[in-house]
Design a binder for this molecule. Structure first.
Ligand code: DSN
Length: 420
């Protein structure tokens, strides 16, 4: 064995060690409120940083193209069993490298190039992999998009149904990356049934809320359910597909060999560990708190005069539309001002957006990360007031300094891992 194999990172590559230490310190010393992010447990980190990163395991448990897969099999079987229990699906594939790869596999399983996808407009809360022209999904397939109702901010289910009848899609995609309200999967399914289309429910953002029963589940309703595993469900990084037995072979073949090579087995291990955590009763309390904190955040922002898309939230995120209350403040400005005080969010397009995606008129703010840190309603209420203070006076140094100090104190009182 060469010494390079066992020497600590600090000795072999101090530059990367320093960047990792700095990132850990950044996560400890700021409040991560990007709605798609969370903090996984040290146990999940340990599994992801394990020797399974060395292993190739093309194929599925019990049927691999390489030798030495007995422990890879064990880990993947555990991930599948736990996911099956968590979401109640008939068939689960835990190999997609990401939520987008999961969507790709479903398209490959259900569609031919040139087939039709009906999905929510990206600027109304959809996702690139739902048919945007810069993504493979918009290049391989014919795409039409439905909108949220411009007045209510809720999905326009009637419009969706009308478009379904006119466009006759092969698949309707429900599930979004910036939609704050509960999705009525049954209604989307009814539209799909009208024209014999498949229904793909992409629950990337709400996997944890669905697992905990605080958001309606599309499992058993939609033909295909995809998700990310590192967002609200707080497991190892990657994607997941759930489907009925009749689509199991098509989905598995579409993942491997259709769209991917060797699964990232260290990430599959992280998924298995996180799914076990999510099966514990405490996870339901966590998911309920995520939603309750998001509602608290929404309530304070509303009282402070901000417009929220749909007026509030049923989930883990709020989408602030700055155009009414702060017309001169762009989403990019808001993101930068909040970054200065240690609150990390992302600028986001809003329905009817006229600015570029690099500028935007909105900010998306999520509560999964702060809830993992232990924030309840009172801490979230205080934080929401601080966010409003900054957005009201983004150029006022005294405000920035004061809020920055309060955010520092909140971070110290609610560490992520501690000891950074
Ligand atoms: N990047 C994720 C999000 O922020 O919603 C989705 O891919």
């Amino acid at each position: 064995m060469t010494s390079e194999l066992t020497d600590p990172l600090q000795e072999t590559d101090p530059q990367v060690r320093a960047a990792l230490d700095d990132e850990r310190a950044r996560q400890e010393s700021t409040l991560g409120m990007i709605a798609s992010e969370n903090h996984v447990s040290e146990a999940v980190l340990e599994a992801q940083g394990s020797v399974l990163t060395n292993k190739y395991a093309e194929g599925y448990p019990g049927s691999r193209y390489y030798g030495g897969c007995e422990y890879a099999d064990e880990v993947e079987r555990l991930a599948i069993e736990r996911a099956t229990e968590l979401w109640g699906a008939e068939h689960v594939n835990v190999q997609p490298h990401s939520g987008t790869q999961a969507n790709m596999a479903v398209y490959f399983a259900a569609l031919d190039p040139g087939d039709r996808i009906l999905s929510l407009n990206l600027t109304h809360g959809g996702h690139l992999s739902h048919g945007h022209h810069v993504n493979f999904s918009g290049q391989l397939y014919e795409v039409e998009q439905y909108d949220v109702d411009p007045d209510s901010g809720y999905i326009d289910y009637e419009g969706l149904r009308r478009m379904t009848e006119e466009f006759e899609p092969d698949v309707i995609v429900s599930g979004f990356s910036a939609y704050p309200r509960e999705v009525d999967f049954e209604r989307v399914q009814a539209a799909a049934d009208d024209v014999g289309a498949f229904h793909l429910a992409d629950i990337a953002h709400i996997t944890g809320l669905v697992a905990a029963g605080v958001h309606a589940s599309p499992v058993g309703v939609a033909d295909f359910v995809t998700g990310s595993t590192h967002k609200t469900v707080r497991a190892g990084r990657g994607g997941i597909i759930m489907t009925e037995e009749e689509h199991a072979d098509a989905v598995d073949t579409a993942v491997f060999p259709g769209g991917q090579g060797g699964p990232l087995m260290h990430n599959v291990a992280g998924k298995a560990v996180g799914f076990k955590e999510a099966l514990q009763p405490a996870f339901v309390d966590y998911a309920e708190q995520v939603v309750s904190n998001a509602k608290t955040l929404a309530g304070v922002l509303r009282e402070r005069g901000f417009s929220l898309v749909s007026g509030g939230t049923d989930t883990h995120l709020v989408l602030v539309d700055l155009r009414d209350s702060h017309p001169a403040l762009t989403g990019a400005d808001a993101e930068a001002a909040l970054d200065e005080v240690g609150v990390v969010v992302n600028k986001n397009t809003v329905p009817g957006e006229t600015r570029s995606p690099f500028v935007t008129s909105g900010v998306r703010i999520g509560t999964p990360g702060i809830t993992t840190r232990g924030f309840g309603e009172s801490e979230t209420e205080r934080l929401a007031e601080l966010v409003a203070d900054v957005l009201d006076a983004p150029d006022d140094e005294a405000t920035i300094d004061r809020v920055g100090e309060e955010v520092d104190a909140l971070c110290a009182d609610y560490p992520v891992y501690g000891g950074a």
